[in-house]
Design a protein around this ligand. Structure first.
Ligand SMILES: Nc1ncnc2c1ncn2[C@@H]1O[C@H](COP(=O)(O)OP(=O)(O)OP(=O)(O)O)[C@@H](O)[C@H]1O
Ligand SMILES: [Mg+2]
Length: 183
């Protein structure tokens, strides 16, 4: 896991633990594409936590990625932030067409229409939204504070099940698009 946000939440999380189930490194230099590309040769999967801006660092991260998952919350503010992200991704896709981008709804409040509202809004811009979404659940916040993964903290929770579906769908999304290109 690459913590590319100077806020350093991933590193803080790792520091709470005796050992980590995967490597966590901090890389925050503006031009990290080459570092990320070299680094990824030693791993099957590299997850990068990007900063909440569309600056040079983010551009470099997107350019080094295969799949960009953009978390979007059912609130106006994060929607605006995503608009800048989408423009940036589209610009990079003009050079690297194979980069995929998908929105993932986070902090949905079950039983409200807010989740479907944001889905319609994002889709109306012709962008993909993952079918599975993540609800607002205290278990997510707790596990972060406790330095645990959700799977360790509450193995049988709804949060755990929800995340498993999201990850599976992200893998399928990536596989499907990749196959489409090669067939
Ligand atoms: N689905 C969720 N349910 C409950 N709490 C959540 C959920 N997602 C995030 N949080 C909490 O919200 C806070 C911010 O989350 P997170 O760091 O993931 O947001 P972020 O968008 O990456 O923030 P930043 O833009 O500052 O990097 C954390 O305390 C986290 O535990
Ligand atoms: Mg963040």
């Amino acid at each position: 896991m690459v913590d590319a946000d100077v806020q350093g939440s991933c590193n803080e999380w790792a520091a709470l633990r005796d050992s980590v189930p995967f490597g966590v490194v901090s890389l925050t230099r503006p031009n990290i594409r080459k570092e990320l590309t070299d680094f990824s040769r030693n791993y099957d999967l590299v997850v990068i936590d990007a900063p909440p801006r569309s600056d040079a660092l983010n551009r470099s991260i997107v350019a080094a990625s295969d799949l960009v998952a953009i978390p979007v919350e059912p609130s106006g503010l994060s929607d605006w932030a995503s608009a800048a992200t989408v423009t940036q991704i589209s610009e990079i896709q003009e050079i690297r067409e194979d980069i995929q981008a998908v929105f993932v709804i986070n902090r949905r409040i079950s039983g409200t229409v807010l989740g479907s509202d944001i889905r319609e809004h994002v889709e109306s811009h012709g962008l993909d939204v993952l079918g599975a979404s993540i609800c607002n659940r205290v278990v997510f916040a707790e596990s972060l504070t406790m330095g645990k993964t959700v799977y360790e903290w509450k193995p049988n929770s709804e949060a755990n099940k929800e995340l498993t579906v999201v990850i599976k769908e992200l893998e399928e999304y990536h596989g499907k698009k990749t196959n489409k290109k090669t067939s």
